[in-house]
Design a protein around this ligand. Structure first.
Ligand SMILES: [Zn+2]
Length: 250
């Protein structure tokens, strides 16, 4: 027999099903990532229309059947409406949702990933940091939460903790000045410090610093090289994001 439960979480994706329904992917505190049916969510005037949309965060009253979940009602505390007002922010937002979808699983403990996603979308919305930096912080911290991230504290070769001036995805992290220098990415100490901060900081304190353009560019190349080596899929929203950023800047 099924029962109705209340789950706290955020809608990562919503796809139309049949004539009037939606199937949503929900990242929850209690059950990890689940999919649920929102019956009638595409009917005019349905109370589920807004709740069964990407970015909606709040409490979802869900009927738990034998093989599927059905949304009965929702009390949404944040729709991220301000984020949705700006095209660039929306592209970043959808990319962040897709990254969260990539890393999370059903019935796994995804509390930290949910918290990171929420704080990161808030950071995009608040405009106090450049979106490019928010993206780097989010990407690296998501790797940390999921346990596969570069070592940025000591040389992968000799374990030295100073003069870490090279980055090699193939070696799994940084190399010192004497061990590196063979086609890796050349770093500077501010970039290494920024990565160390992101790895160790609490999620609440992540979005409290800014960096120079040079550090930002280095962070981007480090993360890109790492993702290229270790992530086994491409992100549709990332292609859209990069095409549009290119057309904005050109
Ligand atoms: Zn070394």
């Amino acid at each position: 027999m099924g029962r109705t439960i209340v789950l706290t979480g955020m809608v990562l994706a919503a796809i139309p099903i049949g004539d009037y329904d939606r199937r949503i992917t929900l990242l929850t505190r209690e059950r990890g990532k689940i999919t649920a049916f929102a019956k009638g969510a595409r009917r005019q005037g349905s109370q589920l229309t807004a709740a069964a949309s990407p970015f909606a965060f709040g409490e979802f009253e869900v009927y738990e059947g034998r093989t599927s979940y059905t949304v009965k009602g929702a009390s949404i505390s944040n729709y991220f409406r301000e984020l949705l007002l700006d095209f660039e922010n929306v592209y970043y937002g959808f990319y962040f949702l897709e990254i969260a979808d990539y890393y999370t699983r059903e019935n796994a403990d995804e509390i930290h990933m949910l918290k990171l996603l929420y704080q990161s979308l808030r950071a995009v919305e608040k405009e106090s940091l450049p979106n490019r930096l928010v993206r780097c912080i989010y990407e690296l911290k998501a790797m940390v939460i999921n346990g596969e991230y570069p070592n940025v504290f000591s040389c992968m070769e000799c374990k030295k903790e100073e003069e870490l001036f090279w980055f090699s995805p193939a070696r799994g992290g940084v190399l010192c000045d004497s061990c590196g220098g063979h086609g890796e990415i050349r770093l500077d100490s501010s970039t290494v410090y920024a990565m160390q901060y992101i790895v160790t900081s609490s999620i609440e304190k992540l979005y409290t610093f800014t960096v120079s353009q040079q550090v930002l560019t280095l962070l981007e190349s480090v993360l890109k090289s790492w993702q290229k080596a270790f992530m086994d899929r491409s992100f549709k929203s990332l292609e859209v994001l990069e095409q549009n950023l290119f057309s904005i800047s050109s």
